[in-house]
Design a protein around this ligand. Structure first.
Ligand code: TXA
Ligand code: MG
Length: 347
């Protein structure tokens, strides 16, 4: 645990509360006083879980190698999996990386927002952040609470999603507390994440062949149409096993309850096994059994994406023997949803 009394920030430790007898993190609302406290925690090398529009992140000062090392320990994340650096503006990003014309155009079009760019890194970013790579992942979140926090600190925040490695990403402060609360001290509660899926990752270092490394909350179609480019989809370059290329672990985002994908439509009469939770895209017609879960009554893919992780967290606590999830159409946010479901289903 990181003790603020040792860091000289507080004369007394903030009250932590107990959840099922276990010591959990303090959930702080974004008041001016709390934001100042958390800026000081970050300055002194502490970890803070922070809200973004995609998912909650587990943040540390990106210039502080020791603080960043604590992120890997808290998450149980292998150190060959690099972290995203979060910044307040394109100007700050230019001071820790170098942009070509295409990367700058993408940043101008989509920042602040759910887009991460892979760029050549400056020496000021410690190797632990980038897992020794010469590139760094950078993103400028648009969540107003995140912006308030970061606008008054003079370092980037390294932050992976605030979940134990390979588990479902958190879209509420409570998800963070239930799964990482024992390992961190502070969670900044900015409410539920609006988009609910991680950022889209693009490597445009080679302007003639920009790569899509991860489908995410900004759809491939939107990027291509708005920026007038074609992306080469490298997102399914996925492998299995412990020693994999950055971010390519096949098993990821996985609930404790075993999950299987079903390409065939799941209709209510087929959902007869009461020990199975069925996760569907749209609400089926008529009255639904309690083991039928759907992500959007109207069939909106954006709404479905925003609710995916919250639904998996909820189902995971209900004691079902298995989850059968329907695959989504491969369009818009359906690509990112299918990517997460495929990884959640991986053994
Ligand atoms: O929406 C998001 O992106 C969230 C919020 C908190 O910002 N963050 C997030 O971080 O999803 P994380 O660590 O869970 O996923 C970051 C991904 C990892 O798969 C990592 O391997 C990849 O980005 N990554 C980081 N730096 C990279 C680099 N230099 N080259 C290639 N991939 C990189
Ligand atoms: Mg993650």
């Amino acid at each position: 645990m990181y003790d603020l009394r040792l860091a000289g920030i507080l004369s007394t430790q903030i009250t932590r509360y107990k959840f099922s007898g276990i010591c959990m993190a303090s959930l702080l609302k974004p008041t001016d006083e709390n934001l100042n406290l958390l800026r000081n925690v970050l300055k002194s090398g502490g970890l803070v879980a922070v809200p973004t529009e995609t998912v909650y992140g587990l943040a540390a000062n990106a210039f502080d190698a020791e603080a960043c090392a604590r992120i890997f320990t808290a998450k149980g994340r292998p150190t060959n999996d690099p972290l995203i650096c979060h910044i307040a503006s394109l100007e700050v990003a230019e001071s820790i990386s170098s942009f070509n014309e295409l990367s700058r155009k993408l940043a101008r079009l989509f920042w602040p927002g759910p887009l991460t760019l892979i760029l050549p890194k400056a020496k000021t970013i410690p190797d632990i952040v980038t897992a020794g790579l010469a590139s760094v992942a950078i993103r400028c979140p648009m969540h107003s609470v995140f912006q308030q926090l970061i606008s008054e600190i003079d370092f980037p925040l390294a932050a992976p999603s605030a979940n134990p490695f390979a588990y479902i990403s958190p879209t509420t402060a409570t998800h963070v507390n239930e799964n990482l609360g024992e390992d961190i001290d502070y969670i900044l509660d900015g409410g539920p994440c609006e988009l609910g899926l991680e950022s889209t990752i693009i490597d445009a270092r080679d302007e003639s062949s920009p790569l899509l490394l991860r489908h995410g909350a900004l759809s491939q179609e939107e990027i291509e149409t708005t920026a007038g480019i074609r992306l080469i989809d490298k997102s399914s370059n996925i492998t299995q096993g412990p020693s994999v290329a950055p971010g390519s672990a096949l098993k990821h985002y996985s609930p404790k309850t075993g999950l299987t994908l079903s390409a065939a439509p799941i209709k209510e009469p087929a959902a007869v096994n009461p020990d199975t939770a069925y996760l569907l895209w749209k609400k089926p017609e008529g009255k639904n059994a309690e083991n039928i879960f759907w992500l959007s009554a109207s069939g909106s893919l954006t709404e479905a994406a925003s609710r995916l992780y919250a639904a998996l967290h909820e189902i995971d606590q209900l004691g079902y023997q298995q989850i059968i999830a329907q695959t989504f159409p491969e369009q818009g946010m359906g690509n990112a949803i299918n990517d997460r479901l495929r990884r959640a289903a991986a053994k």
